[in-house]
Design a protein around this ligand. Structure first.
Ligand SMILES: Nc1ncnc2c1ncn2[C@@H]1O[C@H](COP(=O)(O)OP(=O)(O)OP(=O)(O)O)[C@@H](O)[C@H]1O
Ligand SMILES: Nc1nc2c(ncn2[C@@H]2O[C@H](COP(=O)(O)O)[C@@H](O)[C@H]2O)c(=O)[nH]1
Length: 216
């Protein structure tokens, strides 16, 4: 799935990484993800499959692949998911193929998934995962954001707020924690994490050869 150490064209290539972002619903993952994707050409979004209904404005294949529960079960059976979980009463899963293709190309892939999925991804591709947990500044602000987004019925929002307490308890599973007070600042922090992680020595392929050449 990954490039091996070896010859390159003088540049130091790198291993791709899997950037996992989780948070309680409404804390701002999607907002941060959109900002990152707009400015990072070497980062692409993993489009999940879900059995939940499409929201107004959501686009099939861009936001999610919306599938029936039967189709989802078939995909699980066929081993098509890198991870999958039940979140807020619906099934969600990360298709395995696109993630593997991106990593093989030495690029990065962004997963906006919950803590259960993050745990499974860590088990599957441990060395290549960088995980970020996004916290809201307060529960009152989380509630305000979910109602202001106006994407879900009140009963759905109430359920998501109840689930938020359990999700927030998982913060210690993650490599980084970002408090999303001001969206631009949170985006800048996640971008800094991505840039630093790309420069990790173990992710730079052929570094030994490059330094060898430098030293003559
Ligand atoms: N820093 C911020 N300040 C104010 N509003 C914000 C901030 N970040 C995001 N929002 C808004 O809060 C709402 C929820 O954000 P977003 O959809 O990104 O959350 P999410 O974590 O992806 O939620 P979900 O898990 O339900 O998909 C959106 O309307 C978004 O515009
Ligand atoms: N384990 C997974 N969780 C996922 C996946 N795709 C999205 N999610 C998480 O679900 C909730 C709700 O998302 P919403 O779009 O319905 O608001 C949120 O926490 C997402 O991160 C996935 O493939 N696997």
């Amino acid at each position: 799935m990954q490039l091996e150490d070896g010859e390159n064209d003088g540049k130091v290539a790198r291993r791709g990484l899997v950037l996992v972002i989780s948070s309680p619903s409404g804390a701002g993952k999607t907002t941060i993800a959109r900002g990152l994707l707009a400015s990072e050409p070497e980062l692409s979004l993993s489009v999940s499959c879900t059995t939940r209904p499409k929201r107004p404005g959501e686009v099939e294949g861009r936001d999610y692949r919306f599938v029936s529960p039967e189709r989802f079960a078939e995909m699980v059976e066929a081993g098509a998911f890198l991870e999958h979980a039940v979140v807020h009463d619906h099934r969600y899963g990360t298709p395995r193929g696109p993630v593997e293709a991106v990593l093989t190309a030495g690029q990065d892939v962004l997963l906006d998934i919950d803590w259960q999925g993050a745990k499974q991804v860590r088990q599957a591709v441990e060395r290549d995962v960088v995980s970020v947990f996004v916290l809201p500044p307060s529960l009152a602000e989380l509630e305000r954001r979910l109602f202001a987004r106006a994407a879900d019925a009140e009963s759905v929002i109430r359920r998501r707020l109840r689930n938020a307490l359990v999700e927030i308890e998982r913060w210690e599973d993650y490599d980084y924690v970002v408090v999303n007070r001001v969206a631009e600042a949170a985006l800048a922090e996640v971008r800094a994490i991505l840039q630093a992680e790309r420069l990790r020595r173990r992710r730079q392929i052929g570094l030994r050869a490059f330094v060898g050449e430098l030293l003559g």
